[in-house]
Each structure stands twice: as structure tokens, then as C-alpha cells.
Design a protein around this ligand. Structure first.
Ligand SMILES: [Zn+2]
Length: 260
């Protein structure tokens, strides 16, 4: 069977069982987000949400840090900061974020896929199988990576440049033959600007020593777990540059360049 069919079957099984959306005891199951990607695009790199607060909303997710100091990945309740050297560091609960997305990861759909598959093929397979493109998917993939290319963002100084400019000089790293985990989300197209429409995925190696924002990969022996939810909650900063930022612009192109 092709991977597309395996994904389709996996979603269909849970749809038929009626447990795709956490029906029992999970009324409050949600994706929680601090601030917006649109504000980040405009150079709002300081937020007022601490990682201690964020951890109450989720044990799984991604984001960044104040002053845009690296990529964040959260897995199993542990938060890591991937700095511009490409290495993973533990995050103190007092650290703050200008943008982060988390959830209490509780997947329903699982797909196991032994054969090699690249990033584009993976996205195409999930796109074809999801029962709706208008709800939220948290995605975890544990796999063996023949090759993976990631980037990080370097710490910025004020006055902050827009994210597109930072992304043009971002440090990129390539790794081969290692085990690791992808942590990410698929967001609806209508959320572009609030979040990233489509896929946004970060990587952490199995030894928890390195990672980053995923640009490309080829993986195999993949175990894919997907958490589907219809609930999305967002809190924006109550002080700082966010309040005065001009967020009325269409940022579709900039988001594509900086985040996809
Ligand atoms: Zn990212």
C-alpha cells in the first residue's frame, strides 16, 4: 500500500470510530499560542509570556525566544533552545517568548512507514489524507533521518530588523544518518498571519543535542503520531512593541520566504 492510502485509512478509522477529536474527557483540549507570527515578521521579538507559563498550556510545540534568540522545540514536557550554533540547550522557566505554539500532546492517529520519504512527499501524503484542512493538527514524527537540513535564528539587537531580513542570513545546518523527532503543526490556510498556514516543523535529535527549524529531510522507519483538535486559543502581549506594531499588512509572501 502507498503511504497516501495508509494515512487516509488511519484518519478514516478514527473518523468512523468517532474519536478523532478527543470525545471523552478532553473538552478543553486545545492548541495554545502566544502572540502571532505576523508580529514576529514585523520585528516584534520581545514578548511577555514566560516558558513557565507556556508549560502550563502544553508539553509539545515550537516557537522562539525574546530577542529572537534561537528556535524552540518542546517534547514530552521538556523545552529546548536551539541557539545559532545549532546546539540544544535547556530552557529556564523564566525565559520569555515572542511567539510559541504548544499543546498537551495526545495523539489519536498513528501511521508507521518504513520506507524512505522526503519532506515534500510527507506533506503531500498528510494533505491528501486529512479529513479537513480547516482544523488543527499537531504532528510528531520519530524516525531515522538519512539527511536533514535545518536552520536557526541568531539573537538580534535593537532596532530589530524584520524577520525576512534575519531569515536571509540564517545559519543552516545539515546532518546525515541520525535518529530524531520532528515536532510541528499543520494550520489552516485561513490562519496565515496569525500562524503559518500549512506546515511548521522543528527537529531535535534523539540525543537531545542539536536541532532547528526544518527546511528539508529524507527519513525512514517513521512513526507518525497526529493529534487533531478544533480548539485554538491565543494570547497576545499586553505591553511592549506588539501594542504599536502595524499588523494590517498582507504578509503572505514574507511568511513563505521566512518560514517555509
Ligand atoms: Zn520555526
Amino acid at each position: 500500500m502507498a503511504i497516501d492510502d495508509i494515512f487516509i485509512q488511519a484518519f478514516r478509522t478514527h473518523q468512523q470510530k468517532g474519536d478523532l477529536f478527543h470525545p471523552l474527557g478532553h473538552e478543553d483540549h486545545e492548541v495554545f499560542q502566544a502572540s502571532t507570527i505576523g508580529a514576529l515578521m514585523e520585528g516584534v521579538y520581545d514578548g511577555d509570556t514566560t516558558y513557565g507559563e507556556l508549560a502550563r498550556h502544553g508539553d509539545f510545540g515550537l516557537g522562539t525566544f525574546n530577542a529572537l534568540d534561537g528556535e524552540m522545540i518542546a517534547l514530552g514536557g521538556r523545552f529546548f533552545q536551539i541557539k545559532s550554533d545549532g546546539k540544544a540547550y535547556p530552557v529556564p522557566p523564566t525565559a520569555k517568548t515572542p511567539f510559541a505554539v504548544v499543546t498537551l500532546f495526545d495523539p489519536t492517529v498513528q501511521v508507521v512507514w518504513p520506507d524512505p520519504i522526503d519532506w515534500k512527499q510527507f506533506q503531500a501524503a498528510v494533505d491528501k489524507a486529512v479529513p479537513s484542512k480547516n482544523v488543527f493538527y499537531a504532528i510528531r514524527v520519530r524516525a531515522y533521518f538519512d539527511h536533514i537540513r535545518v536552520r536557526t535564528v541568531p539573537r538580534q539587537r535593537k532596532p530589530y530588523p524584520p524577520l525576512v531580513e534575519v531569515a536571509r542570513r540564517q545559519p543552516e545546518f545539515e546532518y546525515g544518518r541520525l535518529e530524531g523527532t520532528l515536532v510541528g503543526f499543520r494550520f489552516p490556510d485561513y490562519t496565515q498571519g496569525v500562524n503559518v498556514a500549512g506546515y511548521h516543523v522543528h527537529f531535535l535529535d534523539k540525543a537531545e543535542t542539536l536541532g532547528g527549524h526544518v527546511l528539508d529531510f529524507s527519513m525512514r522507519e517513521a512513526v507518525v503520531d497526529i493529534d487533531v483538535t478544533s480548539q485554538f486559543r491565543m494570547e497576545v502581549p499586553e505591553c511592549g512593541a506588539f501594542l504599536d506594531a502595524d499588523l494590517a499588512r498582507n504578509q503572505d509572501e514574507a511568511i513563505h520566504e521566512a518560514e517555509n
